[in-house]
Design a protein around this ligand. Structure first.
Ligand code: ADP
Ligand code: MG
Length: 245
């Protein structure tokens, strides 16, 4: 744990036109913490994640990474994108690059690693997500679960300070969900700072330090997983849980 929280959102508001999509969001994430964000569709979970690596701008409020306001442009923004990894529902791998090339591209171009160095580290990461034997294949030759594990390795290759996961298992066939959650659980145990939007309550119970429940652009409740699942304090959360559990 560092003295300063790694990620801080202070009084963050955002609109899409008339739609008030984030309402006075206050959230802080400590180094090594795993925060699971849950809530109904359209509640602003993806937008929240996207503001943290500045894929979306905010109207008012502040977002700090390591105590510093997010850079708006230039090299600072490139650095931010490597410090804040993101894993999406749709794996977003480069179709015409091999698995290993997908992982080494960022480290070579952005971090300035040599090809040999990036390849060595890339293979290590593929071992870590248990997929080293697929290194020379193309994404389309892999299952969805394997592709998502490549996407996780690709995020790790940038040595991020925090990784944001936006419904990483929602697009997967059911039999592939667990292999991805297992990799994420390993990362959590190893101390990676993670913000995870997911409806996988088993993962939340196992891996989360804190659950944040959002509805209508607001954080309605923040709680330990135990408390949240057994004794949610808000009516909205109780109602939501009764529908998904
Ligand atoms: P969630 O991830 O919780 O389902 P989102 O953050 O994706 O919610 O979306 C919150 C609201 O903002 C939704 O009503 C969605 O339709 C709207 N929205 C998301 N992205 C955009 C955009 N780029 N332009 C306009 N509206 C958007
Ligand atoms: Mg979403």
């Amino acid at each position: 744990m560092t003295a300063t929280p790694l990620v801080v959102l202070e009084n963050v508001d955002k609109h899409f036109g008339e739609l008030h999509v984030l309402r006075d969001i206050n959230l802080s994430v400590n180094a090594g913490e795993v925060v699971v964000v849950i809530g109904p569709s359209g509640s602003g979970k993806s937008t929240l994640c996207r503001t943290i690596n500045r894929l979306e701008t905010i109207d008012t409020g502040r977002i700090l990474l390591d105590g510093q306001p997010l850079p708006a442009e230039g090299r600072g923004l490139a650095k931010l994108r490597s410090d804040v990894g993101m894993v999406f529902q749709s794996f977003n791998l480069f179709a015409h690059k091999t698995v290993l090339q997908n992982i080494t591209l960022g480290p070579i171009k952005v971090l300035g690693q040599s090809k040999a160095e990036a390849n060595a580290r890339g293979m290590e990461l593929l071992e870590r997500v248990r997929i080293a034997e697929q290194a020379d294949k193309y994404p389309a030759q892999l299952s969805g679960g394997q592709q998502q594990r490549v996407a996780i390795a690709r995020a790790l290759a940038m040595n991020p300070k925090v990784i944001l996961f936006d419904e990483p298992t929602s697009a997967l066939d059911p039999e592939m969900v667990q292999e991805v959650l297992d990799v994420m659980t390993d990362l959590a145990r190893e101390g990676m700072t993670m913000v995870v939007v997911t409806h996988e309550m088993g993962f939340a119970r196992r891996a989360a330090n804190r659950v944040v429940f959002m509805a209508d652009g607001q954080i309605i409740e923040e709680n330990t997983p135990d408390e949240f699942f057994t004794n949610p304090s808000s009516e909205r959360a109780r109602d939501f849980l009764s529908k998904i559990l």
